[in-house]
Design a binder for this molecule. Structure first.
Ligand code: PHE
Length: 339
């Protein structure tokens, strides 16, 4: 008899069911009113006293095995149902979701930062709301200096000392006040000018200005640095520096790159000359170094500045500067970049 029960235990342990019906049949066979287990329990009273203990244990094992199996399979079947309910058909293709894209201004800004960082320039930042000293006076533009009109300024309230910075040269002043030469830094940032908005200009735009101050820095260093930049950024290796005027640099120049005259667009963006202006530059005026606490008899420096929108418009063939600020997703989602 005991062997018979052990066979049932083995059967119960090996049992597998894929449906509730199969499981129910198993339950009835083993645990039902007229099931195997009850038969053996009924048999119990006929068992000789000396075998009762062993017999009892084996039936109990069979009961445990059968009940354990029923619970185990029931749980498995239920969790299958849950999964199906919560996730639907797991073999269906995934739902696509939209990945964001970087703003073209950020892409171009990061490219410029990358290029200059490989030749040792770090990145410096400063406040957008500035005081008169950092935006103008320290840069050799004292009050009533006519050159202040070159950059129409937004003042905050009626206090002429608080304004929105018109260029990131203000960051360079702050950097020179806080650091000693050698200085090699670029200052990217948003700037503000009270100008009429058109396809070519906006009252808010972005600049990247560069500053290099050390012993024996020369105009040749400036030109070579700019040449390296235009090669890396645009793949163009011809630049020219046209004499110009900025109060904070002496001598000063406009930076033109030779864009070429191959296509219709080249004619349009270079106005038929092949040359394209991308920014201003010059040797830092000794007065500016002095204003920032740097010994102008020991050190010289160069500085340059360019508009990020201008460069982004060239890189991507964008015809209207206003597109950058309208946040139209149809425009923005065309830009994908890893940096
Ligand atoms: N700060 C100047 C501007 O905004 C650009 C510039 C920077 C020119 C450095 C010369 C040197 O117009």
């Amino acid at each position: 008899m005991i062997d018979k029960i052990k066979d049932y235990i083995a059967e119960a342990e090996a049992f597998k069911a894929h449906t509730k019906e199969e499981l129910e049949a198993f339950r009835i066979k083993f645990l039902g009113k007229k099931g195997v287990l009850n038969d053996f329990f009924a048999e119990f009273k006929n068992v000789a006293v000396e075998h009762k203990k062993e017999f009892g244990q084996v039936i109990n094992n069979l009961k445990k095995a059968a009940e354990g199996k029923v619970n185990e399979i029931q749980e498995a079947l239920e969790s299958k149902e849950d999964t199906a309910g919560a996730y639907g058909d797991l073999t269906r293709p995934g739902e696509p979701f939209t990945v964001g894209s970087r703003h073209p201004i950020s892409i171009v800004k990061n490219q410029i930062i990358d290029i200059f960082s490989t030749i040792g320039f770090n990145v410096s930042e400063g406040p957008e709301i500035e005081d008169d000293w950092h935006n103008f006076t320290a840069l050799n533009l004292p009050e009533y200096h006519p050159a202040r009109d070159m950059q129409d300024t937004f003042f905050i309230q009626t206090n002429p000392d608080v304004l929105l910075r018109t260029h990131t040269s203000s960051v360079q002043v702050r950097y020179m006040e806080e650091n000693k030469p050698p200085i090699r830094t670029i200052s990217p940032g948003r700037v503000f000018r009270n100008e009429a908005i058109s396809a070519r200009s906006h009252c808010i735009f972005h600049q990247i200005e560069g500053l290099y101050v050390d012993k024996d820095v020369s105009f040749a260093d400036l030109k070579q640095t700019l040449l390296y930049f235009t090669k890396e950024m645009f793949g163009k290796s011809k630049i020219r520096l046209r004499p110009s005027y900025f109060p904070f640099t002496e001598p000063s120049a406009e930076i033109d790159i030779y864009w070429g005259l191959k296509t219709e667009t080249d004619y349009r963006i270079t106005k038929g000359t092949g040359w394209l202006e991308i920014g201003g530059c010059g040797m830092v005026d000794p007065n500016v170094l002095k204003n920032c606490g740097i010994d102008a008899t020991k050190y010289t420096g160069f500085a340059f500045g360019m508009g990020v929108e201008r460069i982004a418009m060239l890189q991507y063939g964008i015809g209207d500067i206003r597109m950058f600020y309208e946040n139209d997703v149809r425009f923005l989602e065309q830009f994908r970049a890893s940096i």
